[in-house]
Design a protein. Structure first.
Length: 157
């Protein structure tokens, strides 16, 4: 019985230590980032967070998802790294026309990454990509990976 009690105490100490680590990471998040994570990843724990350089703040979730924010802490990329991007995020954060396109093509459950800059949104699906041009509202689906890379390289701010 004493051995069992010892194991139980050890397990509880490990659990308490793990929860305090994640609490401390939550405490160090900027408010805007904390709100974003709470809204779109409420049941996830953070494995790493911090400034990548002076212009990007990156949060890595324990599930592998990576969210990148610009220097004003607005999101610039949400990458599921094999997992799906939350549909609530898509509804709240994508331009309505792009969201409606994804809904009409039954692609909402196949979004693995979303990236945006000052000119466009790029949505990575299972087997393709969708590009939404902000100024015109045009939606295109590149025919090849090289076309997508060319567009991304030319649209860097």
């Amino acid at each position: 019985m004493k051995v069992f009690a010892g194991y139980l105490i050890a397990i509880l100490a490990v659990i308490a230590g793990l929860s305090s680590c994640s609490d401390s990471q939550w405490n160090h998040l900027p408010d805007k980032v904390s709100e974003f994570i709470t809204d779109y990843y409420p049941n996830e724990n953070i494995s790493a967070q911090g400034w990548k350089d002076a212009s990007e703040y990156v949060v890595t979730m324990r599930g592998g998802e990576v969210i990148t924010f610009d220097k004003s802490l607005a999101w610039i990329e949400v990458n599921g790294h094999g997992g799906h991007v939350p549909q609530l995020f898509l509804f709240d954060e994508l331009p309505p026309a792009l969201y409606e396109y994804l809904q009409a093509t039954e692609s909402l459950s196949m979004v693995f990454s979303v990236e945006r800059n000052s000119t466009e949104y790029v949505v990575e699906l299972l087997n393709s990509s969708v590009i939404y041009e902000i100024s015109s509202g045009a939606i295109t689906v590149p025919v090849s990976g090289s076309e997508l890379m060319s567009r991304l390289n030319h649209s860097v701010d």
